[in-house]
Design a protein around this ligand. Sequence first.
Ligand code: GLC
Length: 443
Amino acid sequence: MNWFTQSRFGMFIHFGLYALPARHEWCKTREAIPEERYDLYFRHFDPDLFDARAWARSARAAGMRYAVLTAKHHEGFCLWDSALTDYKATNTPFGRDIVREFVDAFRAEGLRVGLYYSLIDWHHPDFTVDRMHPLCPERLKWKENGGESDPEIVALNAGRDMARYRAYMLGQIEELLSRYGKIDIAWFDYSYPGAFGKGRDDWGSRDIVALARRLQPEILIDNRLDLADEPGGWDFITPEQFKLEKRPLVGGRAVTWETCQTFSGAWGYSRDEDTWKSPAQLISLLAGTVACGGNLIMNVGPTGRGTFDHRASEALSALGRWTEVNGRAIYGCADAPEPFKAPAGSVMTWNPETRRLYVVLTEWPMGRLRFDFGNRVEYAQLLHDASEVKIRERPGLVNIGGGHEERVEDDAWEFILPVRKPPVECPVIEVFVKSGAAGGGSL
Ligand code: GLC
């Protein structure tokens, strides 16, 4: 677990046949695309510009320390040469084992590797039709209950056998976790329990976890197998597209967590989707996540040619420019302990080893920034250029005319900053805390 919480920043890669329709990885079910029509994407899958080393280099340059690839997403298409299906990359015009090239290239670049495996499978003939299946009639789609006994669904499910599908999953997970060397993360996705959905018994979740831990004793497993209450059923929680404001608690206990986020609205390559986050938003998402003691896994959906499109590349470069000089605010950092509170317009991280605080300025202040832990500060500097940031005491008084002062707030301190923002996104103040001067037991 230590490498994971030290790393803080990873890359998610959603790659599959859905790169071709380029309009969301859920399009098969959203548009109820029939198998024969979806098959066109299989027959035309040929990411000729795919270069796993280029992907790995750009992940590393962005400051990411690990990556997770969708070995199989909900559409059921497999990126590796599985012996258990024909529905795989090696049977397309492309003909290569993408998982193999991914793990080799990312490891060579010094990154940890993880594999995402979809529990959902809209291609496998034994996977029963439920409320999210492409074959589910519109009138029943997304309905939590009742659909399972509808005569149309019963007819569709005659002959489908989840026990066979469970055996298929175990076989595939065994392939993925035994053929490719050390796999650091298994990202299973996802459960929607209930009569017209699927949960732990449908997946055989306990068997999946037991198999994964047997084959890869150090593996970290996400929490989407519907084993929330099961000891050892998961290692980290996965808030999706959701920015937390403080460290999450499960049953009153702080847990390891990783938020997964997209640059824009979809996970798979989405040509016309246009809600791309700005560099400043991405940086404050990263720093804000670490400030709550979590990891960020940022997604890229490569195109059907196998490349990162220019919008994703630009976003990654912006993150890289920032982490290159400000990485000390991220790696090995977590939420700051009491009594340190982030000044207004900032998020704050803390490195417990080096005892430094990082004030990430998501808003640039007007020359000075008030804060309340000045008596614990030994020295402060802007992180990107190591230029001193002076601090001074600031009485909570203001001039209300004629030199007459009135108390408007408590006495505090202020960082003295240039009025003009330095030419970096979200500059960071690195604060060296006096040894022994901080409160709170562990300090
Ligand atoms: C969701 C979606 C999916 C995506 C995943 C990533 O559960 O079904 O498309 O892969 O989240 O967290």
